[in-house]
Design a protein around this ligand. Structure first.
Ligand SMILES: C[S@@+](CC[C@H](N)C(=O)[O-])C[C@H]1O[C@@H](n2cnc3c(N)ncnc32)[C@H](O)[C@@H]1O
Length: 113
């Protein structure tokens, strides 16, 4: 399902992407190949997931993994696309205004709930 979301986008190749709840980085890796001139900020709450993802993508330079609650994330970079697969149901009982900023203000984002 997440793969379908990725393939649905007409990538330009230079997008800045936020992968919200990246898990083990399985889909992050595929996104990174779509944007050779862009960057993925991949965020997950679970430090063990971030560790696995970092190891899995060790040779990929356009991904930065961040261990954080997605509702608390502060990024300096302007985000073009918020990608989030199979995550919203995990946080639906902790939605804050900040979360709504992240998910709500990107009307064309790739959220798969
Ligand atoms: C079902 S996994 C999906 C992983 C990945 N998106 C994929 O499709 O392969 C859900 C992930 O969301 C993360 N997660 C849950 N609540 C989160 C939060 N508040 N902030 C960041 N990540 C969160 C979990 O740690 C878990 O790795």
């Amino acid at each position: 399902m997440g793969l379908d979301l990725i393939e649905r986008i007409n990538w330009k190749g230079n997008e800045i992407v936020l992968d919200a709840g990246c898990g083990s980085g399985r889909l992050t890796k595929i996104i990174s190949t779509k944007i050779p001139k862009g960057k993925v900020f991949a965020v997950d709450l679970d430090s063990s997931m971030i560790k696995i993802a970092n190891e899995r993508l060790a040779k990929i330079s356009n991904v930065k993994f961040i261990q954080s609650n997605i509702c608390d994330i502060e990024l300096q970079d302007k985000i073009d696309i918020v990608f989030s697969n199979a995550v919203l149901h995990w946080i639906s009982n902790q939605i804050t205004e900040k979360c709504l900023d992240i998910f709500g203000n990107f009307s064309n984002q790739m959220v798969n709930y």
